[in-house]
Design a protein around this ligand. Structure first.
Ligand SMILES: CC(C)(COP(=O)(O)OP(=O)(O)OC[C@H]1O[C@@H](n2cnc3c(N)ncnc32)[C@H](O)[C@@H]1OP(=O)(O)O)[C@@H](O)C(=O)NCCC(=O)NCCS
Length: 158
């Protein structure tokens, strides 16, 4: 069956579906229901969904936060059986376009050093690995790699 994937903003009714995707996605941030509820109520945070219109189900999500001049990716996952079909690229592309429209001139995120697929994904999407934070994660312990993508040369935030 052909898949038709559309992107849309999440609402409070989507939190359970987002958690389903997160729980099926090792490497995603271990958020709880209340974390998503707070994020959706926060005007500085947006949550994008990828939905398969055929099954009417959420198959991916991205949560990001804008602060003056910057955008931070807080969580991102695509359901296993939907990976390597460009959905992560679409979610990130849409998020970056929105953030840029709101004045962001750089985007950053932290990823587990052991999460090589995600590191490869971000590298493919134009991010550079700019720093490493030793033993940043717990359960299991891991370093964080800070990934950064800039639109313009570093300078004061617009
Ligand atoms: C990281 C993740 C969101 C990528 O989503 P996706 O929809 O599979 O990504 P895309 O299909 O858009 O991939 C875009 C490009 O990224 C790179 N890429 C993606 N997954 C990759 C992998 N497993 N290995 C190597 N490169 C990869 C490729 O260059 C790919 O382009 P290609 O398929 O034409 O070669 C997905 O693997 C995921 O949900 N992982 C588990 C959760 C997670 O780790 N989240 C990140 C937390 S920081």
């Amino acid at each position: 069956m052909e898949r038709k994937i559309v992107l849309r903003n999440a609402t409070a009714e989507d939190v359970e579906s987002i958690l389903d995707v997160q729980h099926a996605s090792a490497g995603a941030g271990a958020w709880e229901l209340g974390d998503y509820a707070s994020a959706l109520a926060d005007g500085g945070i947006f949550c994008l969904l990828a939905e398969d219109r055929v099954g009417e189900r959420v198959v991916g999500f991205l949560v990001g936060r804008t602060v003056p001049g910057e955008f931070e990716i807080l969580n991102l996952a695509v359901k296993n059986e939907y990976r390597r079909q460009g959905i992560g690229r679409r979610l990130l592309g849409e998020a970056l376009a929105r953030a840029h429209g709101q004045g962001a001139r750089r985007c950053w995120l932290e990823v587990r050093a052991s999460n090589q697929p995600a590191r490869d994904f971000y590298r493919a999407l134009g991010f550079a690995e700019s720093a490493r934070r030793q033993r940043y994660y717990r359960d299991p312990e891991d370093d964080a790699v800070v990934c950064l993508r800039q639109w313009v040369a570093a300078g004061p935030a617009p």
